[in-house]
Design a protein around this ligand. Structure first.
Ligand code: SF4
Length: 378
């Protein structure tokens, strides 16, 4: 055990939980973003026995248990450790922030490179970056993780060769398989040498080191629920799944956690029928992001998810809606077609921007929202 929980106001882990309005948030980073069936059912059981039975999927492909009572935290950590899903200490946990493409084959270069990267990040001389600094191993034929948060990425160029890429910069540096991880760490040290996260270094106007000369490929379209060569991809409203549904999925195979707030059932060749899952790629709930809101988050000015469900029918294909409990906008760090940000006076309506941007309307009450939303989306 690592003693009493360390309560932080940002970026929780399992070994560094965060207090929220409904108890501790304990965020698990499954190795390679994969949970075997035993781990899936074990996490579902722990979510019920130690938390409030709700599991969130984050945009970093983490699994987040909510509503954990402080008195159950150590039991939970012991259980997670027995399942083999947490790190030996908080330093390794905070550095092992690796996204791996869910669209991979077992044992392919994505997995071997991600394992090599995880080992390198556990070494004592690994770059001492912040817990939010992340890596993406996205070395399929076409990248699929470009919209997911990562400071350093590994992708393939159009010629099939590996590229190390810095954040959203348009050019990558060609590397061999053998040097890919060391080049990623070199780039992390370079970012650290400039004092901060990669996007801040680049938006501050600092030029990358030499060698970033190969244009990156455009990302594949954003995945939707359906069948893929790697398995069946299923969604859930707002990326939240209850423990009973998660436990039911354990019967179907191993799960790959995705940054799209969906789960991929490894190797499945049919979509599961379960009321807690979204399998229709045109379900409007997939177009809506909503944080936990009140009362789960102490910073929320209003409930969010009931509001979002009521508005789903007004969000047409091609448009997106973000309902945020406050201007922090945790559920979607990017612009949505419309964002409704709760304030002490009602909801602000913001178009084509993030939750903290200047609103077009302020003080909207829940009954006003359908009309204003339809006008804003028309
Ligand atoms: S956006 Fe605000 S209300 Fe919603 S989870 Fe984040 S901090 Fe809480």
């Amino acid at each position: 055990m690592n003693g009493a929980p360390r309560i932080k106001g940002w970026c929780p882990g399992a070994l560094r939980p965060m207090m929220s309005g409904d108890g501790l948030i304990v965020r698990v980073r499954p190795p390679l973003g994969r949970l075997n069936p035993h781990q899936v059912s074990g996490i579902a059981a722990l979510a019920t026995s130690c938390g409030n039975g709700i599991v969130d999927l984050s945009n970093r492909a983490n699994v987040q248990l909510r509503g954990v009572a402080a008195g159950r935290y150590e039991v939970l950590i012991d259980g997670l450790r027995a399942l083999g899903v947490i790190d030996p200490d908080v330093t390794v946990e905070s550095r092992r922030n690796i996204l791996v493409t869910p669209f991979r084959n077992a044992g392919d270069a994505n997995e071997s490179l991600a394992e090599e990267l995880a080992s390198a990040l556990a070494a004592t001389d690994a770059p001492d970056v912040s817990a939010k600094f992340g890596y993406a191993v996205d070395a399929g034929a076409t990248p699929v993780l470009q919209a997911a948060p990562a400071d350093i990425r590994l992708e393939r160029g159009a010629d099939g060769n590996l590229l190390v890429c810095a954040g959203a910069h348009r050019f990558g540096k060609p590397v061999t398989d053998g040097e890919a991880v060391s080049q990623m760490l070199t780039l992390a040290r370079w970012s650290l040498g400039h004092g901060t996260r990669m996007f801040r270094v680049l938006t501050g106007g600092t030029a990358l080191p030499q060698g970033f000369t190969v244009p990156r490929q455009a990302a594949a379209p954003s995945p939707k629920p359906g069948l893929y060569p790697a398995g069946a991809l299923v969604g859930m409203a707002f990326g939240q799944i209850d423990a009973a549904t998660l436990d039911a999925l354990a019967n179907l195979g191993a799960l790959r956690v995705t940054p799209w707030r969906m789960l991929l059932i490894e190797g499945a060749d049919k979509l599961p029928l379960h009321p807690g899952l979204i399998c229709d790629p045109e379900d409007p709930l997939l177009r809506i992001a909503a944080c936990v809101g009140a009362p789960g988050c102490a910073q929320a000015h209003a409930g969010t998810r009931a509001v979002a469900r009521n508005l789903a029918r007004y969000v047409p294909a091609g448009k997106t809606l973000h309902v945020a409990g406050c201007a922090k906008g945790c559920a979607l760090p990017r612009a949505a077609s419309v964002t409704l940000t709760a304030t002490a006076a009602g909801f602000d309506l913001i178009r084509n921007a993030t939750a903290d941007a200047a609103p077009e309307q302020t003080g909207l009450q829940p009954n006003d929202l359908p009309n204003y939303l339809q006008k804003a989306l028309s």
